[in-house]
Design a protein around this ligand. Structure first.
Ligand SMILES: C[S@@+](CC[C@H](N)C(=O)[O-])C[C@H]1O[C@@H](n2cnc3c(N)ncnc32)[C@H](O)[C@@H]1O
Length: 430
C-alpha cells in the first residue's frame, strides 16, 4: 500500500539529514504520491527544513531521551507535525490523527503512544520561547556565529531573509522580446509582475506560477533566473566577436544569459565537471535556440580540455556554500558543515588561478558566488590579487550591493534578489 503523505515527508527529511539534497531526494518521493498531494509534500519538506532548527529544539526539549537510530524517521515525522502545528492553518486534530496513522504506516506502531503524547502536549502548551539565536532564527549555531562575525550590522536581517519564500524572477530573452513587451504579455495573461530594479532584463512576479502558464515559455521567451544571478552577465561587458568561457556552467542559466545578451560572440565554451548536470545546459540551450560548445571537465585541469586559444571573457561562477540562496534551498541549513568552507575556499582559489592563466591579455574575468561568507568572496580575491601583481581589480561603481574592498556583495533581500558576490578582474595588455 502507498505510504501516506506525511510518512513520505518524514523519509525525505531523514534522507536530507543523511546528506542528500532536496533536489536529489524529493523528485522520487513526489512520484510515490498522487498528483494532487505533490504540492503538499513539497510544502511540508521545504517548510520543515526552513524551520528545522527551531522545531528540533522544541522537539528535543519535549522528548525524555532521543529516539533510537532505527526509529529516527519518527523524529522527523514529529518535526513535520510540529511544523504544521506552528506554521500552517491545518486543524490540529487532523495533524495529530494523520501523524499517528503515518507512524503505523512506517511500521512503528509501538511509538504511536509517544507521538500522540508529545504532539498533544505541544498543541496544548503552544510554542516555547526559542532557547537561543539558533532556535530563534532557525539556523545551525555555526552559521549564526559566522554570519554575526562577517556581518555585525546585517546578520539578523540576513537570517530573517533566509526564512522568507523567495520571489519568482524571470529573465526576458532579449532576442525575442523587450522587457516592456513581455510585461504586457504577462498583464494580458493575468499575471501580476514588475520590472526588477537592477537587472535590465529581469521581471519579478507578484506570485510564483508554473512555467507553463508563462506566455511563450516553451518557445524560449523567458527563463527563470534570480535578479542577482542576472547581474553577472552585465558585469562581463560582452562585445561582438569575443570568445567567452563559462567555467562552471551547469545548469546553464548564465551561459544562456550570455548568449542572449550578445548574439554576435565568436564562441561560448561552457564547462562543468558534473556529467549529471551537463545535460541540463543542453536542454536550456535547446529551448532558447542557442548554441555553445559544451565540455565535461574539471575546469582547473586546463591541460586536459583547453585548446590553447585564450578567452576574452571568463565567467567563474564557482561552487560555493550557497549561503546566499538558503531561502530557495532551506536544506542547506542541514547539509552544510562549518568544515566545508575552508576546502571550498581552496577549490575556489585553485579555479581562479587556473582561469587567470587562460584569460587573454586585455581580457576580463568575473568571479561570482552565491555565498555571503567573506572567506569564499572578497578574501579569495584579496589573496589572489596579493599573489599576482598583474591583476587589475576593477572598482564596481554600481547602485547595488556593498563594497567589500575587493568585490561587491549583495545580501539576500526579502523583497527581491538573492545573496551574491561579484569581483571583476582584468588582465593588462603586455
Ligand atoms: C554555482 S553552480 C553553477 C551555476 C551556473 N553557472 C548557472 O548559472 O546555471 C557551480 C557548478 O560548478 C560545477 N563545478 C564544480 N567544480 C567544478 C570544476 N572543478 N570544474 C568545472 N565545474 C565545476 C558544479 O558541478 C556546478 O554545476
Amino acid at each position: 500500500m502507498a505510504l501516506p503523505l506525511r510518512a513520505v515527508a518524514a523519509r525525505v527529511l531523514l534522507a536530507v539529514e543523511n546528506g542528500q539534497s532536496l533536489n536529489q531526494c524529493l523528485p522520487p518521493a513526489l512520484n510515490q504520491l498522487p498528483p494532487e498531494q505533490r504540492p503538499q509534500l513539497q510544502a511540508l519538506c521545504y517548510g520543515t527544513c526552513r524551520w528545522f532548527h527551531r522545531l528540533d529544539g522544541e522537539l528535543g526539549s519535549r522528548l525524555k531521551k532521543p529516539l533510537r537510530k532505527p526509529d529516527r524517521v519518527i523524529h522527523h515525522l514529529m518535526l513535520v507535525a510540529l511544523f504544521q502545528l506552528r506554521f500552517s492553518e491545518q486543524a490540529s486534530y487532523a495533524v495529530l490523527n494523520e501523524t499517528v496513522e503515518a507512524c503505523k504506516a512506517l511500521d512503528k506502531p509501538h511509538l504511536t503512544g509517544l507521538v500522540n503524547g508529545v504532539l498533544r502536549k505541544a498543541e496544548r502548551e503552544g510554542a516555547p520561547e526559542p532557547a537561543d539565536d539558533s532556535a530563534q532564527f532557525s539556523h545551525p549555531v555555526w552559521m549564526v556565529e559566522k554570519l554575526r562575525h562577517n556581518w555585525p550590522e546585517d546578520w539578523q536581517a540576513i537570517l530573517e531573509a533566509n526564512n522568507q519564500q523567495a520571489p519568482m524572477t524571470l529573465r526576458v530573452n532579449a532576442k525575442r522580446f523587450s522587457r516592456d513587451e513581455y510585461l504586457a504579455l504577462l498583464n494580458q495573461a493575468g499575471i501580476e509582475a514588475h520590472a526588477t530594479r537592477f537587472a535590465p532584463h529581469g521581471i519579478q512576479l507578484e506570485q510564483p506560477v508554473p512555467v507553463d502558464r508563462l506566455p511563450w515559455f516553451a518557445d524560449g521567451a523567458v527563463s527563470v533566473q534570480d535578479e542577482a544571478a542576472q547581474l553577472c552577465t552585465t558585469l562581463l561587458d560582452l562585445q561582438p566577436g569575443q570568445r567567452v568561457l563559462d567555467a562552471c556552467a551547469a545548469p546553464g542559466g548564465k551561459t544562456c544569459a550570455i548568449l542572449e545578451s550578445e548574439p554576435a560572440l565568436a564562441e561560448v565554451v561552457a564547462i562543468d565537471e558534473s556529467a549529471e548536470r551537463l545535460p541540463r545546459i543542453e536542454e536550456n540551450l535547446e529551448r532558447l535556440d542557442l548554441h555553445a560548445t559544451l565540455r565535461q571537465a574539471d575546469a582547473a585541469d586546463t591541460g586536459h580540455w583547453w585548446d590553447g586559444k585564450a578567452f576574452d571573457r571568463i565567467l567563474l561562477d564557482v561552487p560555493c556554500s550557497a549561503t546566499g540562496v538558503i531561502r530557495r534551498h532551506p536544506d542547506i541549513k542541514l547539509l552544510r558543515r562549518e568544515s566545508d568552507i575552508a576546502p571550498l575556499a581552496g577549490i575556489q582559489l585553485g579555479l581562479l588561478e587556473a582561469m587567470w592563466d587562460i584569460l587573454a591579455p586585455g581580457g576580463r574575468l568575473v568571479y561570482a558566488t552565491c555565498s555571503v561568507f567573506g572567506q569564499e568572496n572578497h578574501r579569495i580575491i584579496q589573496r589572489f590579487v596579493k599573489q599576482n601583481e598583474q591583476v587589475k581589480l576593477v572598482t564596481l561603481d554600481t547602485d547595488w550591493g556593498i563594497d567589500t574592498g575587493a568585490g561587491r556583495q549583495l545580501l539576500p533581500d526579502p523583497d527581491s534578489h538573492d545573496g551574491f558576490f561579484y569581483a571583476v578582474l582584468e588582465k593588462p595588455e603586455p
